[in-house]
Ligand binder design. Structure first.
Ligand code: ADP
Length: 502
């Protein structure tokens, strides 16, 4: 145990739709478990409430058992029983809610993407609060995430404080403002919220229409603490251009709004112990990187003629947010510059043509699937890593790449702007410079960064080695980020206590 920075042991309950590795779709899952583990290590009591999905990974839950007493929760004018399961996931206590509702809300073979997602997750948000109330828990902080559990904030103040669950402050984290879960205002009534009272411009009404509600907006209005996943993204979403319609409400609630950069799981992502690598290595001995490069090239059937030929990589979901036009362009430009390129990309449709084109190319390979183990080898094998996102709330791949000694080439946006600093930028203190950046999302700007990276790599082997060693030593663990959450929690709890005394 490390000690809590604020000296007080807090009871924190996360209510979320994802938690890695038991139920993970994206970054949200990583944050819930990464932040929880770090807070637990600091001595806080952390619990997590999740839906009990049929498709989650039961093999990573220890001691899963059902509680004797079901929890009844309200939905659509009736009470429904929920079977409550408890288990341990990577040392964290987790409650799983299994609704006995005829629609079998979490028995659908997938986490999201059902036409009744709004219903399923508003049901879950209410059932989770009901569980906390009926179990007699008195948390200091209830932390909800993204639109799926944003309902928790208005439900708590409007329905659960009157029932006596009033110990908590509410923290809401938005991991990507692109997803807001808007729906017809009348849908809000299912979970017992008062449509008339909430469908107002200063509460949950969406900016697009006066008969639609927006759960993310509701959580911004009704939470005590609102965070997003990097300081730069927190600035961007306050502007009309980046706010996805929520800039005005974020502006008026800016006092409680902060951006905290995510960490990465430094145990899962550790080149010194990574079982997926051909050879393990560390920042004091990076020889192993070359062997991994050789192994990847052989595995993918690419040319291994020159170990000094730079290998550029990209691992991503291939969605517009990630700058797909620049990823496509990067493949051709890398080859023109004499490098090799490997892309591991999911949601691939539009890349199938060029993947075929490069099928037996000596110097490029496009692998269009999700492949966890291959991703580890690619991080280890590559010399450079591109992240040309149009917007990026935080981004994890630049941090993972650095931990494996692959130098990031990133667009200056969101969390990339807070974690990648240009080697050639004299305005940045030398010790922070760790990669190559560009500002605008056009080919010319990207070329400039890529060409500078190639220049350094080819003309200054010693300097490059030092850069690799330096990037591998940067601390991207949750230790420092979790301390910032801890501080926000503690301040909010202290304010509530002070207010109760007066
Ligand atoms: P996002 O959450 O928007 O997808 P992040 O950069 O926050 O982007 O997180 C991406 C995570 O998913 C990283 O851990 C990355 O290694 C992994 N990943 C993305 N695409 C793939 C893929 N095709 N195969 C394996 N892992 C992938």
């Amino acid at each position: 145990l490390t000690s809590s920075t604020t000296g007080e042991r807090l009871h924190v309950i996360h209510i979320a739709a994802e938690m890695a590795p038991v139920a993970k779709v994206g970054g949200l899952g990583d944050v819930v478990s990464g932040l929880s583990k770090a807070l637990q290590k600091k001595g806080h009591l952390v619990e997590i409430v999740l839906p009990k999905y049929d498709c989650m990974r039961y093999d990573v839950v220890r001691d899963l058992k059902a509680l004797d007493v079901p929890v009844e929760s309200y939905f659509d004018g009736r009470l429904f029983k929920n079977k409550i399961w408890v288990g341990t996931v990577e040392g964290l206590p987790v409650y799983f809610i299994e609704p006995h509702h005829p629609s079998k809300f979490f028995w659908r073979g997938q986490f999201y993407g059902e036409q009744d997602d709004f219903k399923r997750f508003s049901f879950f948000s209410r059932a989770a609060l009901e569980l906390i109330l009926q179990a007699g828990k008195k948390p200091d902080i209830i932390h909800c995430h993204d639109w799926q559990t944003a309902f928790v904030a208005p439900l708590y103040w409007d329905l659960y404080v009157p029932k006596g669950l009033n110990s908590a402050r509410i923290c809401f984290t938005c991991h990507n403002f692109e997803y807001q879960g808007t729906a017809p205002a009348s849908d809000l009534a299912s979970c017992g919220l008062d449509v008339y009272h909430l469908n107002r411009p200063d509460r949950m009404q969406d900016h697009s229409a006066n008969d639609r509600v927006n759960p993310v907006k509701g959580a911004i209005v009704f939470s005590n603490i609102v965070t997003t996943v990097s300081p730069s993204y927190a600035q961007e979403v306050r502007t009309a251009e980046g706010g996805q319609g929520l800039h005005a409400v974020l502006h008026s609630h800016s006092k409680k709004f902060a951006g905290i950069l995510n960490g990465i799981d430094t145990e899962a992502w550790n080149p010194a112990t990574d079982p997926f690598l051909k050879v393990q290595y560390n920042s004091n001995d990076i020889e192993g990187k070359a062997e991994n490069k050789e192994a990847l090239r052989r595995h993918l059937g690419m040319s291994s003629a020159s170990i000094r030929q730079p290998l550029v990589a990209c691992i991503t979901r291939l969605v517009p947010q990630k700058g797909v036009h620049l990823i496509r362009h990067a493949i051709y430009r890398t080859l023109e510059l004499g490098g090799q390129f490997v892309l591991l990309g999911s949601s691939p449709r539009e890349f199938e043509d060029i993947a075929n084109y490069f099928k037996s190319h000596e110097h490029a390979r496009l692998i269009l699937k999700y492949d966890e183990s291959l991703s580890h080898l690619i991080y280890a094998a590559s010399d450079m890593f591109i992240i040309p996102s149009i917007f990026e709330p935080c981004g994890l791949t630049q941090m993972i790449a650095m931990r494996y000694g692959s130098i990031p080439i990133a667009r200056k946006t969101g969390g990339l702007n807070d974690s990648v600093f240009d080697v050639d930028d004299d305005t940045i203190p030398v010790q922070y410079r760790n990669g190559f950046t560009f500002l605008t999302s056009d080919e010319q700007a990207f070329n400039n960064a890529l060409e500078r990276a190639f220049h350094h790599y080819k003309n200054d082997a010693d300097g490059w080695k030092q850069l690799v060693e330096k990037d591998m030593s940067i601390d991207f663990s949750w230790d420092s980020s979790s301390a910032l959450y801890e501080e926000l929690y503690a301040k909010s709890v202290a304010r509530a206590r002070a207010a109760n005394r007066t």
